[in-house]
Design a protein around this ligand. Structure first.
Ligand code: B12
Ligand code: SF4
Length: 468
């Protein structure tokens, strides 16, 4: 997002336990300043800390950048410990360690406990092989230690918000913002989803502790916008309701945004007014596909009628809906794009986002498509915004034109424009204007990138051969 940045919650989360154990920790947010790779490496080399810990938001697409940064750092500093973590390295640890001798350790899974154990061991020169949840080299061979247990109580670890000092994080149109989590994980079985597998079990923070933390962030840091990182925050409606009530009791004027399952919105129809009262302004709903057969195949466990009902319910409560639609789950023909558009128009969401299916090696979906050919071998572009799987019936340039056509029709249809200009709530008009401003730039940028920059591979590369 141009000039808008959110703090990296993953790094702040591992920072908390380290600081509390007495370590000196500093945050270098390269994304915030849009630093080039050399600049990032130079800053690390200048500082020369004992260890660097790198994380990324778009995990798969950003890993090549981490590899490049750490190579330069290693050339200039032989002693620094290089530690990485996050979802992509958790599953691709073997090839990362094989191809990147400069990376010393990969923290697999949740980072808080493992990183603390690792740093404590390194400091006291104790053995690191016994630490669970780690990938490392033993006698030069990449190995992974047994899985670490899930954190049982998410309230046990403090997030180091103080590391945000010096960064003016904003979102939603220059409003002070953070990313926060009520829960981790998701109990649903969608075959393509890498996140539910990563967090393993759905767990949540206590309603009171999160409400208190939000109040502290609002009062001490002036935070207005809270972007929920949860995969599915309302998995347990009782706990979720308790949280909404605890937050409402604080009587803060906040803007909350997040993602949620459409059927959970329908389930919570009776207390959606609490969502609104707590401050929820927009939910992203993963609609994924118009075809019930495809939804069944990917085990979305949702239904078309619930998707529509959820959008209507959100509208009734003056909460914006953003429908995300994924291209490539079926073997689309022109007719399928027409049907998708028709369905989206009938759902009438406030915003849409079209994405491309991007299989993660560690998901069941990968097994379904591993023999398919890919058209994009540049990992940096595996970011859901580029088509990666070859389509049987349509050329990639036709696919992108259909995608862009659907987006433009959806965003400029009369009902969307009416809401954009005349919605009765000024704050929702402002939110929609903000999204439209970003969307306009991205729309042109993606077309430009596709036709003038992105190089599609001419070779026949199968998915299973691309990911070793
Ligand atoms: C907020 C968010 C964003 C924000 C990021 C803000 C920021 N500065 O971090 C924004 C909107 C900018 C964003 C952008 C993108 N995102 Co995003 N994002 C998220 C989201 C919803 C939350 C991230 C988060 O804070 N999680 C909570 C923290 C606590 O978890 P965590 O980061 O995984 O960290 C824990 C562990 O992984 C580990 N860990 C992580 N890093 C490290 C590092 C070290 C050294 C150690 C020891 C441990 C460790 O410890 C942490 C604590 O347990 C996640 C989904 C999710 N729920 O995680 C998607 C997610 C990370 N994003 C994703 C994607 C694809 C993108 C984009 C590519 C989308 C796009 N096309 O624009 C871009 C990429 C931007 C970029 N520059 O790279 C995907 C990545 C998929 C993948 N496997 O590669 C995810 C998983 C969403 C999904 N459902 O698939 N994103
Ligand atoms: S509902 Fe969402 S988060 Fe949960 S498994 Fe499905 S895609 Fe993943």
């Amino acid at each position: 997002m141009p000039n808008e940045h959110l703090p990296p919650l993953g790094l702040l989360s591992i920072g908390g336990p380290l600081i509390d154990a007495g370590h000196e920790v500093e945050l270098l947010d390269a994304d915030f300043y849009n630093y080039k790779i050399n600049v990032i490496a130079d800053k690390i080399i200048d500082k020369s800390p004992d260890a660097i810990m790198l994380g990324h938001s778009g995990s798969t697409s950003a890993q090549p950048i981490i590899n490049e940064i750490t190579k330069i750092v290693r050339q200039n500093n032989k002693h620094i410990k290089i530690i990485i973590g996050g979802v992509f390295p958790t599953y691709h640890w073997n090839e990362i360690l094989e191809d990147n001798p400069q990376i010393d350790f990969i923290v697999c899974g949740e980072g808080e406990e493992t990183v603390l154990n690792l740093v404590t061991a390194l400091e006291s020169k104790a053995s690191v092989e016994i630490i669970k949840g780690l990938a490392l080299r033993i006698n030069g061979v990449p190995l992974k230690t047994p899985l670490a247990e899930n954190i049982k109580n998410l309230d046990d670890f403090r997030i180091a918000w103080e590391l945000m000092k010096g960064y003016n994080y904003t979102y939603w149109g220059k409003r002070k913002a953070v990313v926060i989590q009520f829960s981790r994980g998701c109990p649903y079985p969608c075959t393509y989803c890498g996140q539910s597998l990563f967090w393993k079990k759905w767990r949540h923070r206590s309603a009171k502790s999160l409400a208190n933390e939000i109040e502290m962030l609002h009062k001490e840091y002036g935070i207005i916008v809270f972007n929920f990182a949860d995969e599915n925050p309302s998995s347990n409606p009782k706990a979720w309701k308790e949280f909404l009530e605890a937050l409402i009791e604080k009587n803060l004027n906040l803007i909350l945004v997040g993602s949620i399952r459409a059927d959970n919105i329908v389930r919570d129809a009776d207390f959606l007014h609490l969502y609104k009262k707590a401050g929820f302004e927009r939910f992203l709903l993963g609609i994924e596909n118009y075809d019930e057969v495809v939804l069944e195949k990917i085990k979305k466990a949702g239904t078309v009628s619930k998707d529509k009902e959820a959008i209507q319910l959100l509208r009734k409560h003056n909460i914006l809906s953003m429908a995300t639609y994924v291209v490539g789950f079926g073997e689309e023909k022109s007719r399928d794009f027409y049907n998708s558009l028709k369905q989206l128009l009938s759902y009438d969401p406030d915003q849409v986002q079209l994405l491309y299916v991007t299989p993660h090696k560690w998901t069941p979906y990968f097994e379904d498509v591993k023999d398919k050919e890919i058209i994009l071998t540049d990992q940096k572009k595996w970011d859901y915004k580029h088509q990666v799987i070859k389509t049987q019936f349509l050329k990639p340039w036709v696919v992108i034109l259909y995608v862009k056509l659907i987006e433009i029709i959806m965003q400029t249809r009369p009902s969307a424009l009416m809401r954009l200009f005349f919605h009765k709530e000024a704050r929702l008009r402002s939110a929609m204007r903000w999204y439209t401003r970003i969307g306009r730039r991205v729309w042109f940028w993606e077309l430009y990138q596709f036709f003038f920059v992105t190089k599609l591979t001419k070779e026949k590369v199968k998915m299973k051969d691309f990911w070793k």
